[in-house]
Design a protein around this ligand. Structure first.
Ligand code: NAD
Ligand code: MG
Length: 386
């Protein structure tokens, strides 16, 4: 029996995680659940999974959640303190980090310090503070399992091999909803167009990141830290069918890939049950139903965010944290209808141009850089005429 806390249980990854857990009650037990604003769903999850702790992001929502859970034997907490309590609960053995954005940073760091293994969906954690996180993982001797499908694929393709034998990591990308949209038309695409992802059903922020390909940029940085590989050895191939989830090329010319129907339940289950494989209900892959699997290089002029991410990680230090913060603000402003789609990249680029990278030696310093990036990006968005 593995005891699990889920940070972000009401999100897309959180819900899929609970589906896996409910299909294997003999294997997993839920210790803590946390949510942002969706109290109704959280209450349903509390009733179904009977956690010891339930947390809501805003302390103002605690009384209402307590009301909704009266008669239930559960400790209700709120705010960052609550998230930390969920992440560090005594009985918890593994924390599923599935909060979106830099908000995942503090509770995930607390979980590592409390010696919990981590199933990491929250890629922004490694983007903003990769070196500090990997140091913490080593210092506290915990295991960090990737949930992101590409990184799970690499993790599965790398097992049993030596790091020095890797020639290249090839991250695959679907290309998102605008793969075939001419660059000149990107200035008029709507929020609805951008949310219409062809292959994956995900939270809004990552769906917009997929449309801009910033998601792939964040994943390049995530891979750099997870697999201790320099970015010049990490390549992106567009693969519109999302069947090959990523590949590793070795010095002998062999390439090992992991394939499957695109469904996050597969990488989530692998992270939860590692090294075992458990049933997931994912549709079996029948390659004969595909007329072809195709691959192409990304168009860097069209998807400018991808280059911005390479630029940020090459510059290093505080630059990726600032880039990530600017992206979070730009995506929120785009979703709010205040800036256009191509202004996402512009906001990030201008924020990065205004920043001089400096060394980050603690999570507090990362949070300061993150705040600077948010404030600067907000100012830049205000100046933009949509
Ligand atoms: P989502 O928006 O569907 O869910 C996010 C969860 O975090 C929700 O439970 C929400 O209530 C909670 N949350 C949001 N802001 C919070 C805050 N400030 N404090 C506390 N809780 C907060 O997002 P998602 O699609 O499930 O993605 C979660 C993470 O996983 C992201 O980092 C994303 O990049 C990554 N990821 C997602 C997918 C996917 O298929 N959805 C795939 C790979 C990686
Ligand atoms: Mg991914």
């Amino acid at each position: 029996m593995k005891n699990i806390s889920i940070l972000g249980s009401t999100g897309s990854i959180g819900v899929s995680t609970l589906e896996i857990i409910s299909a294997h009650p003999e294997r997993f037990r839920v210790i803590a659940l946390t949510a942002g604003k969706n109290l109704e769903l959280l209450v349903r999850q509390i009733k179904q999974f009977s956690p010891q702790i339930a947390v809501v992001a805003s302390t103002e929502d605690v009384p209402r959640l307590k009301d909704l859970c009266s008669g239930q034997d559960v400790t209700i907490l709120g705010g960052v303190e609550g998230l930390i309590a969920a992440a560090t609960a005594d009985e918890t053995e593994m924390v599923v980090a599935a909060i979106v954005g830099a908000a995942g940073l503090v509770p995930t760091a607390a979980a590592i310090r409390a010696r919990k293994d981590i199933a990491l969906a929250n890629k922004e954690t490694l983007v903003t503070a990769g070196h500090l996180f990997m140091d913490l993982v080593a210092e506290f001797g915990v295991r960090l399992f990737p949930v992101d499908s590409e990184h799970s694929a690499i993790f599965q393709s790398i097992e049993g091999h030596r790091n020095e034998d890797i020639k290249k990591i090839i991250l695959t990308a679907s290309g998102g909803p605008f793969l075939n949209t001419p660059t000149s038309k990107l200035s008029t695409v709507t929020v609805r167009d951008a949310l219409n992802h062809p292959n994956w059903n995900m939270g809004k922020k990552i769906t917009i990141d997929s449309a801009s390909m910033m998601n792939k940029g964040l994943e390049v940085i995530e891979a750099r830290w997870l697999f201790n590989t320099p970015v010049d050895k990490i390549q992106v191939n567009i693969h519109p069918q999302s069947i090959i989830h990523s590949m590793v090329e070795y010095v002998d010319g062999c390439v090992i890939a992991q394939l499957g129907t695109p469904d996050m339940k597969a990488p989530i289950a692998y992270a939860l049950a590692y090294p075992e494989r458990i049933t997931t209900g994912v549709k079996p892959l029948d390659l004969t139903t595909f007329s072809g699997l195709t691959f192409l290089n990304p168009d860097h002029d069209k998807f400018r965010c991808l280059n911005l991410a390479y630029r940020a990680i090459t510059s290093g230090e505080s630059m990726p944290a600032v880039m990530n913060a600017a992206n979070e603000i730009a995506v929120a402003e785009f979703l709010g209808g205040h800036i256009g789609f191509i202004q996402i990249a512009e906001t990030i680029e201008r924020t990065m141009d205004a920043h001089t990278a400096h060394n980050l030696q603690s999570i507090d310093e990362v949070l300061k850089a993150d705040l600077w990036g948010r404030e600067t990006a907000r100012e830049i968005c205000k100046e933009m005429v949509h």
